[in-house]
Design a protein around this ligand. Structure first.
Ligand code: SF4
Length: 393
């Protein structure tokens, strides 16, 4: 009997070399500076200056301040990947973000540029909720149900490179939270009676389909990869227009409609501003919904004295509060919760990555294999070819 693959086990025997992808970052292959080192800031500055134009440091909006201060550019994942591609002279791209973002940067940069993620344990729980083997099983089930030919897969930028490549191979595309509606309109126009398989964030898919395209909640079904047949009855699948993958962001999923209702009772002047990765109940109660770039722009444009309750990652909300003391900015949750994987990138890891590069040692390289890269790039290009709208998440 063939040995059981550990790839499909719900629990992974971490650290035993059985699934190198899942085990990435479990151990740091080097001597990390201790967090209490009082020279960390000076060391980061010196290492970056020594590398000069050979290194380009990218910082996602959800990163810690101690890291973001060393970023050459800040932005959302897609902007950062494009910023990296616009710097072909940089030998090293140090991506202060999470793994799928570094993969996208590797896909969009030239083969001789090296992308480094300072801590390989900086993954994304949402991206990890859709694994290729699960998505292929789903596709086989859709084929068995006789509907695969009318299904167009769309994946959110927040997905692994192999899921983007899957979409590229099957006539689909990537989308961001800014262009998800345009991507869905495009997908529904690809084949007669089209259905969309939306990966991996059910909330972005549902919010976009219902609030932007006017579909009903009944036209959306949720495919649970852990249940037989996705947990969807054949007649529901036949009637559905949106097949939503059962994935979510563990950070944005925390915001609750109860808190919005309570805030409105106590502070009627508050404006609720949330990211579309929040649940449908929260998004339908908000005044404004949009990407991280949209949230930043909305606050920047607001008059002094505005009161905001913001539902997105806490590092960004705290930064907005510091940058806009003329406004009152509240976090839309009772408990303090950062994105734990974004927070994996700290100053010790950044110093270690930069100093290693300065010593001629490449650490924590993120590299997408050529075949995956080819097909993922097709899906990304289909997004870039969509009409109008900036491509931001
Ligand atoms: S905030 Fe959510 S979607 Fe973004 S990296 Fe963290 S877990 Fe992933």
């Amino acid at each position: 009997m063939a040995p059981m693959s550990t790839v499909d086990l719900p629990l992974l025997p971490l650290g035993r070399g059985t699934d190198l992808n899942a085990e990435r970052g479990v151990e740091c292959p080097g001597d990390l500076p201790v967090p209490s080192d009082p020279d960390l800031v000076a060391r980061a500055r010196a290492a970056k200056e020594a590398l000069g134009d050979r290194v380009f440091v990218l910082g996602h909006h959800y990163q810690r301040d101690e890291v973001i201060r060393f970023a050459d550019v800040t932005g959302d994942s897609f902007k950062l990947a494009r910023d990296a591609a616009a710097r072909p002279g940089a030998e090293y791209i140090v991506f202060c973000g999470v793994h799928f973002m570094a993969e996208s940067a590797d896909i969009l940069t030239s083969p001789d540029q090296i992308v480094v993620l300072p801590d390989l344990a900086a993954g994304c729980s949402m991206a990890d909720m859709a694994r290729l083997v699960q998505v292929e099983d789903c596709w086989d089930a859709l084929a068995a149900a006789g509907i695969a030919e009318s299904v167009v897969p769309i994946t959110y930028m927040n997905s692994s490179a192999d899921i983007k490549a899957f979409c590229g191979r099957h006539g689909g595309a990537v989308c961001t939270s800014s262009n998800a509606d345009v991507a869905l309109e495009w997908a529904f126009g690809q084949v007669p009676h089209a259905k969309v398989l939306f990966l991996p964030d059910q909330h972005l898919g549902r919010n976009t389909a219902v609030l932007k395209l006017g579909l009903t909640l009944d036209e959306c079904v949720v495919w649970d990869p852990r249940r037989l047949g996705g947990g969807v009855a054949p007649e529901e699948l036949a009637a559905a227009r949106m097949i939503l993958w059962k994935g979510h962001c563990s950070v944005h999923g925390r915001f609750s409609p109860d808190v919005v209702d309570e805030l409105r009772r106590k502070r009627p002047e508050v404006r609720v501003l949330v990211h579309p990765e929040c649940t449908h109940d929260v998004v339908t109660r908000a005044d404004l919904v949009g990407s991280t770039e949209f949230i930043i722009a909305a606050v920047a444009a607001a008059p002094a004295g505005s009161v905001w309750a913001i539902g997105t990652e806490l590092n960004l909300v705290q930064r907005l509060a510091r940058e806009h003391p003329e406004q009152e900015i509240l976090f839309l949750d009772r408990s303090v919760c950062y994105c734990s994987t974004m927070n994996r990138i700290d100053l010790p890891h950044l110093v270690w990555a930069l100093e290693s590069l300065g010593d001629g040692v490449v650490v924590n390289r993120v590299s997408v294999d050529p075949d995956t890269e080819h097909h993922a790039r097709i899906a990304l290009q289909r997004m870039l070819d969509l009409p109008g709208r900036s491509h931001r998440d």
